[in-house]
Ligand binder design. Structure first.
Ligand code: 5RP
Length: 233
């Protein structure tokens, strides 16, 4: 069943509200990027106004602007050794808690922040939960512009038909000055193996497969949430 956009917004909002309850006074918080993360950031802004003391690291310039407008204190990512909690969105996730991220083009900083984070909380509306990764959403890949043609050819050899992302008739440029390829691999059956192969391509800065980086996924389901915890074996 299709979820209407207002129903999706409600689900994003309830997931965001549930996620902010994990934040504690004195923590360093990673702030994700995208419409779902924005709900959490606005909620964190309210908590800060009511006395919550945190320091935040944004995953994009856009998120930084929003956080600053809400008077959330921002710190440099290099001023800490780790981040306590990050709340971020996703474009897709599967039963193994593998994510595809990068729809907003912030995947590089998002992956760095996720890697620095002790408790990574992913929030999503129910449409993001998929049985087969990669079918509905292409895999974003950040590339150095100088290497884009070479990287595209390498990605095609791995089975991914790709295009350079355009926005408003212009090449989309990331916060780091790079470009994004959107690669269609069809159903990504073995994300780990694809991730390893992509990581070997010179000039490819980052890809949007997030593996073993989510500790908790909170999915909005109507007016309520389902919380999925990463199980360590
Ligand atoms: C940005 C991302 C976002 O988390 C992802 O695109 C989801 O966005 P939204 O919450 O607007 O659906 O990865 O790079």
């Amino acid at each position: 069943m299709e979820t209407s956009s207002s129903a999706k917004d409600k689900e994003k909002q309830v997931a965001a509200l549930a996620a902010v309850t994990y934040i504690e006074n004195g923590q360093v918080i990673g702030l994700g990027t995208g419409s779902t993360a924005d709900y959490a950031i606005r909620e964190i802004g309210k908590l800060v106004q009511n006395g919550l003391q945190i320091k935040a690291i944004p995953t994009s310039k856009k998120t930084q602007v929003l956080a600053e407008s809400l008077h959330i204190p921002i710190i440099d990512s290099n001023s800490v050794d780790y981040i306590d909690v990050t709340i971020d969105g996703t474009d897709e996730f599967n039963d193994d808690m593998v994510l595809i991220k990068g729809g907003g083009g912030a995947l590089l900083r998002e992956k760095i922040v996720a890697s620095m984070t002790r408790k990574q909380i992913i929030i999503a509306d129910s449409s993001k939960q998929v049985a087969q990764l990669g079918l509905a959403f292409k895999l974003p890949i950040e590339v150095i512009p100088f290497a884009s043609n070479y990287v595209m050819n390498q990605v095609r050899e791995l089975g991914g038909a790709c295009n350079i992302r355009q926005k408003e008739d212009k090449t989309f440029v990331t916060d780091q000055g790079n470009w994004i390829l959107d690669a269609d691999f069809g159903h990504i059956q073995d994300p780990k193996s694809l991730s390893h192969s992509l990581n070997k391509i010179v000039g490819l800065v980052c890809h949007g497969l997030f593996i073993d980086l989510a500790d908790i996924i909170i999915v909005g389901k109507g007016n309520t949430v389902e919380t999925i915890l990463f199980e360590t074996s």
